[in-house]
Structure formats: structure tokens, C-alpha cells
Design a protein around this ligand. Sequence first.
Ligand SMILES: Cc1ncc(COP(=O)(O)O)c(C=O)c1O
Length: 483
Amino acid sequence: MFLARPIRLPLKTNVLFPLYSAQASPSRSLGRKTMATSSDSSSLLEYGRNVTNGLGRITEGILTSGNGSYVEYDDGRKMLDFTCGIGVTNLGHCHPKISKAAADQCMNVVHVQCSIAFHEPYLRLIKKLLPIMPDPSLDSFFFWNSGSEAVEAALKLARTVTGRQNIISMQGAYHGRTFGAMAVTKSKTIYSKGVAPLMPGVFSIPFPFWHQLGQTPDLSESALVSQCLYQLDLLLAQQTAPSDTAAIIVEPVLGEGGYVAAPTAFLEGLRSVCDKHGILLIVDEVQSGFCRTGKFFAIEYSGVRPDILLMAKGLANGFPLSAVVSRKELTDKLAPGSMGGTYAGNAVSCAAACAVVDAIHEENILPKVNERSAELFASLNALKAARPSHVLDVRGRGLMVAVEFATPAGPSAAHDSVTARDAIPAQMASRVAKKCIERGMIILTTSVYEVVRFIPPLNISAADLKKGAEIFHEAVEEVIREG
Ligand SMILES: Cc1ncc(COP(=O)(O)O)c(C=O)c1O
């Protein structure tokens, strides 16, 4: 355990949490050359002033190295990483096989512009991805850099092949910060506040999450699903005619909206509405993909076929890479040159992604995710049983798991008697996350509700998972004590 104590720096920041300096870590250093010594880094930190205020940050200092489930800061803090850089370094920091594949590729060719020639890792990656696609119809690939770009490409593809304009997305959805992606994002107003007009032609329906319907966690799944599918039918009758509707975009596990898995019946309902009206179903697995939920893709839990599948984050374990996968029959309708991008499908990123797929197979990652998931759920459900009025919900799939706390305030409190409990401490999620950071574990909140999310490495050891869960329990108890 690495207890950290707040320090004061002369730097003005917009950090969400105070600054922490840890006692020198008693454990093994990560053993690699760090980019800066402590004295270098204190002078480097001055340049933090020159970083845009548009970025938020939950820890201070300079993160200098990462190894497996741990990261180390310039001042010696060693932290257990339960964020994976928001679901990216899923196989741990600097996985030797992945880093080596990238390094080797660096010495071969780094940049092959996708409109100039194929490169070998691009095609090798397709060969490795084809057998793991959640449906055999998904046989046409386009690689880009970020999740947002993948969303943009999917919207463009859907509009082009259907000749229709409108898009339906889910309340609570997060798809990115570029203009099209921002328009279909409905998780928090911060992402688009003050920058309208957004891309037109976007409509939304509630995601089957009890909050979205002003309900309580015990509302039956079938009631949730039928309410949401009814809203979809109404939307298509009242606001966007099916013949004007190009696509429905959905995350099979709502990420920034609160880590809520979509019930199978809901996804099946979306599929049948799409089939009936010739609408395309875009499944955004940017966060839930690549074994995060205990299957290669979360959509596999439902057996529903996507028309367009999006992935990024865990695909290349930290190297920038996203993918838009669809059917050749659809992508053949695109004019050559209508897709592209200077850095799209970078050779180093593709080489890293090939190594990711190999490592997932060789290291039996899927069974490990499911074992660790059962342990994490057992621990969090025990906390819920011990603190039933503070912990409202434990949910998620695989190692994409959330704990929601009750709240005396917030968007739902006025409408929802379950969450409006006077004796409950305010802002539990962010306070608990901050206490975890003080205790040596980085963890994130999510959504407009009081939710902490767990995104540990998929190959985390049972001991480190237990340690993280204990830190979380201690943090919750401390916040409850403080009131
Ligand atoms: C489901 C989902 N889609 C899209 C994105 C956007 O990805 P990026 O931040 O790489 O643009 C994210 C990022 O968190 C995401 O979780």
C-alpha cells in the first residue's frame, strides 16, 4: 500500500483531485529508464501551465512508466491501474510481446499511407481478425486511429449506402468528441455544450437502464426493454420516418453512460426493427470489445448481427488504432477515395494489434477474464450486502464492472425515491475514487450518476485484483465514516 500525502505545487491546474506525493515506493521499481529525473520533472511540470484547460486530469505529476497492472510516477509513486487508460492497455502496460512487435515494425517501416499501398501488418491483422468477428458477414475492414474517427466513418458509410440521413442513438451513449460522434453522444452535456450546431438528423431513445426511465434498479428487464422498444416505435412514427433513417447506433455495454449491459431482448428488438425498415445497426465496441466483457465482443452475448462493428482501444493495447468492419456488399458501394486519412491504419499500430490477438489466444485471456470477473463481482456484491443503503447497484460484464452509490442529489434524485436518501454522503463516487488514488490505485467514475467503474487489466493477477477490491472497500468505508 502506498499512502500518499497532498503536496502544494505553484502550478495552477484544473485537476479534479488534489496533488499527491507518495512516500518512496518500497517495492520493485519498474526497472526501466524513466524519461525524467525528479528534478527534471519538477521543472517540466511548469509546462503543465501551457496545456489546454480543456483537458481534465485525475492524478498529478508525470506518469513515467508502466508495467503490467502498475504505473509509476516521477516522484516514485507506484499505482495499481484499474483504468487501463480507459480500457486501452487491456493486456497490461508495455506487454513484452506487443511492445516488441511494435519496436520491430519501427525498424522495418513506420508509415505506409493507406491510399499509397498496402502494408503487411494491415493485411496480417485482417487475417487474424476475420475468424474472431462476431458474425461471418463482417468481412470488410477500414482502419483509422481513434474511436471517434471510427464512429465518423460508420455514420458516413451508413448515410452513403442507405441514401438516408437520420441516425438514432441512445440516451447515455458516448461515441466521441468529433462533430458527428459528438452529435450521437448523449451521456453528458459537457461534451457538446456551447458548440452547436451539431450534425443534424440525430434522434435518441432511452437505453434500457432504469435511470433513463426514472425507475429503480429492481424494475424487470422485460419491462425496461419493452418501454425502450416502444419509444423506438414511437420515434419512427412521430419524428424520423424509417425511410429517412440510415442507422441505429448502440453500445452493447453503455460505457460513459454508467456501465450498463444491453439486455439481449433489446438488441434483438433493435435488429428486428432494422431488418424491417432497411436501417443499419452500428454496434460500437470501442470500449467493450477485445475481451473486456468476457467474450471477444460484447455483442456475442446476444447473438445479434451488427451491420457495422466498431472497435478501438484494446485492439492495439495503447497504439492508436480503430477499425470499422462491415459487409463487402455494403462497402462496395463506397467510392474509392471517400474513406482514408493520413495516418489511417498505421503500420506500427497494426503490428501491435496482430500481437494483441496472438497474446489473447496464447495467454488464454478469456477464461482469465471470467475468473477474475467472478472474484470482483463476489467482492463488490459483499460490499453491497454490507452497505445496502449506500450501494445501489453492482453491474457490468466481465471486467467492465461498475458500482453505483445512492445519492442525496443529482439528476435522478428529484424523480427517484430510491436514490434520494438524506443520510447518504454526497458525491460518493468521486470521493471514493479520490480515496482509492490516495491509497495507490487509479480508478475512474462514469456517467452523470454516482458510479465508479472498474477496468482492470484482463490479465491482472488474482492477488492484484483482490488488493484493488480491498482498497475500494476501505475507501468506501472511509467516505461513509466521514459522511
Ligand atoms: C463506446 C465508445 N465509442 C467511442 C469512443 C471514442 O473513442 P476515442 O476517444 O478514441 O475517440 C469511446 C471513448 O471512450 C467509447 O467509449
